[in-house]
Design a protein around this ligand. Structure first.
Ligand SMILES: Cc1cc2nc3c(=O)[nH]c(=O)nc-3n(C[C@H](O)[C@H](O)[C@H](O)COP(=O)(O)O)c2cc1C
Length: 326
């Protein structure tokens, strides 16, 4: 398999610029960071803050847009171009009810003709390169063939596939057959996304890719996919990409130092302790995963309203419990 490039998945409320900067400082092994989605006709203050070049120094960042109106997509892309961006990503994967009922995110997959028309318009006029992040359908994988055939018409920079349907949300397992169907039938550069949270998950994924190669007696399938996007796996174990590259797992102290920089980053840019704590509490849903007995501490973290107290709880957790990534 050719050398893999790893991307950080966009995760609303979690992988904003504060997280990205701390990650880059401590680990620096991500090839491209995708921002959580921008979904306003004109970027609001929070969205601008996240994409400002001075907040994203030394990183390759691709902003993501969530819309089903070509006019809005083009207007935001133009704004992003003015900030120096050369590439944008279109969100066709968000499964959340309020987004889907408006035929946006994964909901756009329910109306393929409109989607086709939208893509025609944005590819005709967008001054930036466009990549697409997609699910494989709304209800079942039978929809995928048609959706992929639409994507094949457009010169996208890359197609990122999270092979679940909208109805799955984050349940069930990614559909490798649907991904392999794209590997065989797409002319695009492909990126795989979904449920890679350990070296074992990654090895199993490579085996499936290489199994397909043996069937065809060629080395082409694995080489076709040189990009992998990781989300929850990195939040649970920030050393994951390093491990996938063959490095030793990070230590608890490295995780602690990384955590402290995320906290510091939020305190520097958020107004008020409560906003910072809100963000940190969301992260702990993932950070706690590989601690030996995190429950008591997580309960205290959820309850606390003060940063000073939060720090004590977190320091206790790091000191008193083991951390063993899978
Ligand atoms: C809390 C949360 C927020 C997310 N926000 C976004 C988002 O803004 N844009 C997007 O394309 N996907 C979003 N996703 C989906 C992830 O980018 C990714 O596709 C998904 O988590 C599967 O990858 P993973 O198994 O590596 O986490 C989000 C997922 C979660 C759990």
């Amino acid at each position: 398999m050719a050398e893999m490039k790893f991307y950080l998945a966009p995760m609303e409320g979690l992988t904003g610029f504060v997280f990205r900067n701390a990650y880059q400082k401590h680990f620096g092994d991500i090839d491209t960071y995708f921002t959580p989605f921008i979904n306003n006709k004109k970027m609001n203050y929070k969205e601008i803050k996240d994409i400002l070049p001075e907040h994203n120094k030394g990183m390759h960042v691709v902003p993501q847009i969530l819309t089903n109106r070509a006019e809005d997509f083009l207007a935001i892309a133009k704004e992003l171009g003015n900030y120096g961006y050369e590439s944008v990503n279109l969100n066709l994967g968000c499964p959340s009810g309020t987004v889907v009922t408006k035929h946006r995110g994964a909901g756009f997959l329910a109306v393929p003709e409109e989607l086709d028309h939208f893509l025609e318009e944005i590819f005709a006029d967008c001054p930036l390169r466009i990549s697409v992040k997609t699910r494989i359908g709304i209800n079942d994988a039978g929809e995928w063939e048609r959706i992929l055939s639409i994507y094949e018409k457009y010169p996208m920079e890359e197609l990122i596939i999270h092979p679940r349907v909208q109805k799955d949300f984050y349940n069930n397992t990614p559909d490798m057959d649907a991904f392999l169907y794209a590997v065989e039938n797409s002319r695009h550069t492909l990126c795989y996304n979904g449920d890679i949270c350990s070296v074992d998950d990654y090895k199993a994924w490579i085996q499936k890719m290489e199994g397909k190669d043996r069937e065809h007696g060629s080395g082409s399938t694995a080489q076709h996919t040189e990009h992998m996007m990781l989300g929850r796996g990195i939040l649970k174990n920030p050393g994951l990409v390093g491990e996938l590259m063959g490095h030793a797992p990070i230590t608890k102290d490295q995780f602690h130092a990384f955590h402290d920089d995320v906290l510091k980053g939020y305190l520097d840019v958020m107004s008020g302790e409560r906003n910072t704590l809100f963000r940190m509490k969301e992260l702990w849903f993932y950070f706690a995963k590989y601690f030996t007995e995190p429950e008591k501490y997580v309960k205290q973290i959820k309850k606390t309203q003060r940063v000073a107290e939060y720090r004590v709880i977190v320091d206790n957790l790091f000191r008193e419990q083991e951390w063993k990534p899978e």
